[in-house]
Design a protein around this ligand. Structure first.
Ligand SMILES: [Zn+2]
Ligand SMILES: [Zn+2]
Length: 200
């Protein structure tokens, strides 16, 4: 599996920008979704750096499956949900050429939003031949980040459920018994993950 799909390459935190290895597992997160997978299941694991900085390490050490209400992944259809406005549904972007990826310009004491990229700092890439990076807004799914799906008493972003389903079709989502508004967990054979809910 390609664990870098769970990273947030556009984020400032080093632990989010790239996966890291620690004691037999590879960790990846973008702050809203996280995963811990055995090293031997991860493609390219040899080139992943060792590191103990990921906030997922203590989180998964405390993991107690009994505190969660477990559900299979809901059925997800390819046409479900609004498309992501940032990448226009392609899931692929490149830095904006007008603002050099900043999303704004500085002029004297003022800053101006970039109109070319609508202040996102990136432009959609429609041509599959053109080089691009995954859209950070939709985790490369092409789905609007506010589109959600109910799982038990919880409500989660379709873009992340789709990502889990693509990498781990047999995954289950664990909704916290005491508060469905708190972080959920997910699991697949040998793998543990975390997932933040969204607002309905
Ligand atoms: Zn997008
Ligand atoms: Zn721009």
């Amino acid at each position: 599996m390609d664990i870098s799909r769970f990273c947030g390459m556009h984020l400032p935190q080093q632990y989010a920008r790239a996966p890291s290895r620690y004691e037999g597992f590879v960790y990846a997160t973008d702050g809203r979704i996280g995963v811990r997978a055995p090293v031997h299941t991860v493609s390219g694991a040899d080139s992943i750096e060792q590191g103990d900085r990921s906030p997922l390490i203590p989180l998964f050490e405390r993991f107690d499956a009994d505190r969660y209400d477990w559900h299979p992944l809901p059925p997800l259809t390819p046409t479900q949900g609004r498309r992501c406005g940032t990448c226009e549904g392609t899931g692929r972007v490149t830095p904006c050429t007008d603002c050099d990826g900043e999303g704004e310009f500085e002029h004297g004491a003022h800053t101006y939003g970039c109109k070319h990229c609508d202040e996102s700092g990136v432009l959609p890439v429609h041509d599959p031949q053109e080089s691009a990076r995954p859209c950070g807004e939709c985790a490369g799914s092409g789905v609007d980040s506010h589109t959600g799906v109910e799982v038990g008493a919880g409500f989660y972003a379709l873009r992340y459920l789709r990502l889990i389903a693509e990498e781990y079709p047999d995954a289950e989502i664990g909704v916290p018994y005491n508060d469905p508004g708190e972080m959920a967990m997910w699991r697949a054979p040998g793998v543990i993950g975390a997932l933040m809910p969204i607002r309905r």
